[in-house]
Structure formats: structure tokens, C-alpha cells
Design a protein. Structure first.
Lengths: 114, 142
């Protein structure tokens, strides 16, 4: 698994440990907990530049929301979506517009049974 | 703790009096006796009978011998909060308060150890949180 993912999980779990939450894992089991977080987050993230900030933001949001040690899904649900790629402007030609309008009219006639 | 007015024979709570800062200072409770003592003593009162002054004095003397005033104040507040939320019969001794005092002194020791500058790195005496963080660092390094 990627090193950057482990670093993000480490940073997040350290923050949670510092909060001394109820049900926090013990020192000797924290690495097992981290393994599970890695398995839970791993399939949902793949690109460091896009996903590392999302994981950090998910942890950042959960710090102020929990009193008990959270499950990975709680962080996953708080992760923002990936930034949208810039889309090309979608311009229809006059012919395409006319064609679409005609198709809609046909559909409308079919539905009304004329 | 319920008081009886010797003049009008009305009953009222001592907690109601010490709500007022000036009254508390005037009576001299603040500097001598932990503020939480009055509420703590009420844990010994049965539902049907008021706590006698003799018993209250005996209990207060016992409590004041357990620890210093700041420690007692915090521990008694914690005891009152815990026992009131739990409910149950009146207290018969200070065993619960003693356990709270012990746990609080343990927490202070842990905090003192955690605040030492060279406490990270699995050195003997580190806090459990610190040890967990060290283990996490090693995990992230692979």
C-alpha cells in the first residue's frame, strides 16, 4: 500500500489519540487498528495529489464531532469529493438543437397517444 | 445539606446560601472548606431524615484529613456528579471519594510524565498515548 496513505492515516489517528477519546485503542493494538483503516480507505483512494488532502480534511472534520473513537466509515463520509476536472464548454449547433426539439415533440406525441 | 433557621424554623439548603459569592466569602467557607463539601455531605443524608450537625461535623473532619483542599474540591465534585447520576442509597463512608482521589492522583502523574520533553520514543515512563503515537510512527515508516 502507498506510503502517503500510511502517513495520512498516521496523522489522523495521532490527532484522534491526542483527543483521548472513549474506546480509543491501546498502544499495543494501535498498529492493528491502523491496518484496518488502511484496508478501509485503500480502495477509495488512489492518487496522492487528489486524495491525500481529502483524507486530511476528513480527519480534520471529525476531530470536532466525536466523543468516542470513530469507525473508518465516519471519516470516509466526511471526506470531500475529488475536485472536478475542468469541463469543455458544451455548445450545441443549430442543427442539433432542431433535431433534439423534433425528438422531444415525437416523444410527447407518443406519450399523449396522438 | 438542609439547615433549620433558629428564628423562623424555616428549612433551607446551605447550597442556596453559598451560591452567592459574597455570602460565601462572608461565612468564610471559601478559604477554609472546599466548596463542594456541602453537596458532598448531602450524599450522606437519607431521604426521610436531615443530616445531624454532629454527623456532618464528623464527616467533614474525616474528609478534610483525606487530602488538600484543591484536590478534595475536584474529587468531591466528580464523586457528586457520578453518584447523583447513578442514584442509589445514601453513602455510609468515604470509600468512593478515596477511589476518585486515587484515580485523579494517577492522572496527574501520567500528565506530568507526558509533559517531559524527552518522553517520546518508547522510553520507560512514557504515557500510553505517547507510546501509541510512537507505534503509529513506526507503522507509517513500514
Amino acid at each position: 500500500m502507498a506510503d502517503w496513505l500510511r502517513v495520512e492515516i498516521m496523522n489522523g489517528l495521532m490527532g484522534l489519540l491526542a483527543l483521548r477519546l472513549e474506546n480509543a485503542p491501546a498502544a499495543d493494538t494501535i498498529t492493528k487498528t491502523a491496518d484496518i483503516w488502511e484496508k478501509a480507505l485503500g480502495p477509495r483512494v488512489s492518487v496522492e495529489q487528489l486524495d491525500a488532502p481529502r483524507i486530511a480534511a476528513g480527519f480534520q472534520r471529525i476531530f470536532s464531532l466525536v466523543r468516542k473513537w470513530p469507525a473508518p466509515i465516519q471519516v470516509i463520509e466526511l471526506m470531500p469529493p475529488r475536485p472536478r476536472l475542468k469541463e469543455l464548454p458544451h455548445i450545441l449547433t443549430a442543427e442539433q438543437r432542431a433535431e433534439n426539439k423534433k425528438r422531444l415533440q415525437e416523444l410527447s406525441r407518443t406519450i399523449s397517444g396522438d | 445539606m438542609i439547615l433549620h433557621c433558629p428564628c423562623c424554623h424555616a428549612q433551607f439548603s446551605v447550597e442556596a446560601i453559598i451560591q452567592d459569592e459574597a455570602a460565601r466569602e462572608l461565612i468564610g467557607f471559601k478559604s477554609v472548606i472546599p466548596t463542594a463539601l456541602w453537596s458532598y455531605l448531602s450524599l450522606f443524608r437519607s431521604e426521610k431524615r436531615a443530616l445531624s450537625w454532629e454527623r456532618a461535623l464528623k464527616l467533614a473532619k474525616e474528609v478534610l484529613e483525606l487530602a488538600d483542599t484543591p484536590s478534595l474540591d475536584g474529587a468531591m465534585s466528580e464523586t457528586i456528579e457520578a453518584l447523583r447520576s447513578k442514584g442509589g442509597p445514601p453513602l455510609k463512608n468515604h470509600n468512593y471519594l478515596k477511589r476518585v482521589l486515587e484515580s485523579r492522583s494517577g492522572m496527574v502523574e501520567t500528565q506530568n510524565v507526558a509533559s517531559l520533553p524527552a518522553s517520546r520514543g518508547g522510553v520507560k515512563g512514557t504515557s500510553r498515548t505517547d507510546a501509541a503515537m510512537t507505534n503509529l510512527e513506526e507503522w507509517a515508516r513500514g
